[in-house]
Design a binder for this molecule. Structure first.
Ligand code: GDP
Length: 189
């Protein structure tokens, strides 16, 4: 099983469609809890988890409930999950991360990344919407630092893409295939 996780609106469904050719798009009416959506791709389950974090019109307690459900889903399926693709919006993630840190909070994307790593789930971070990013190098370095990814691993973990314009999708596919072939991070310290 491969899971896709990320904040709402980062382009997760667009990216899954680009990669698999399968539509996972669903209604986004605020207040409706979005359940994980599963598609089959190359004999594997690909699960699109509900978007977490702020979504306009969604009360805080509903956001919290969605987050708890995502965490529960991942914990319950940890054994079966071969790979997680954490999708972030390359344009807005740095600003959001800084804002959270200034408030003394752990940014939700950073929290999710360490949660996945703690469970020993190999994780790729797809940095989406790079068509809107002005200084990609700086963005990638910033994200590597905030996610606590050592520089020598950053090239393997962070994959810049544009789901909308199809940029670097083949590279992301290759990284996914490589991660599935050579699972890392399982049973580590
Ligand atoms: P989700 O909520 O994470 O599933 O996000 P969607 O796939 O529905 O995309 C949210 C919005 O971002 C849509 O308007 C997409 O067209 C747009 N979007 C997705 N990927 C990209 C991208 O790579 N670049 C740009 N500029 N927009 C994108």
């Amino acid at each position: 099983m491969i899971i896709f996780a990320g904040r709402s609106n980062v382009g997760k469904s667009t990216l899954i469609f680009r990669l698999t050719g399968k539509k996972v798009k669903r209604g986004k009416r605020p207040g409706v809890t979005r359940k994980p959506v599963e598609v089959n791709w190359r004999n594997r389950k690909v699960v699109d988890l509900p978007g977490f974090g702020f979504m306009s019109g969604l009360p805080r307690e509903v956001q919290e409930r969605i987050k708890d459900e995502i965490v529960a889903f991942i914990e319950e399926n940890a054994e079966e999950i071969e790979l997680a693709v954490l999708v972030v919006d390359g344009k807005s993630a740095p600003e959001i991360i800084e804002r959270w840190e200034k408030r003394g909070e752990i940014p939700i994307d950073v929290e999710f990344y360490s949660f996945l790593r703690e469970l020993g789930i190999p994780t790729i971070v797809a940095v989406n919407k790079v068509d809107k990013v002005r200084n990609l190098e700086r963005t990638l370095n910033f994200l590597a630092e905030k996610f606590g990814i050592p520089l020598e691993e950053a090239r393997d973990v962070l994959v810049p893409v544009s789901a909308k314009f199809g940029q670097n999708i083949e590279e992301l596919k290759r990284r996914i295939e490589k991660a599935l072939r050579e699972p890392q991070g399982r049973g580590g310290c």
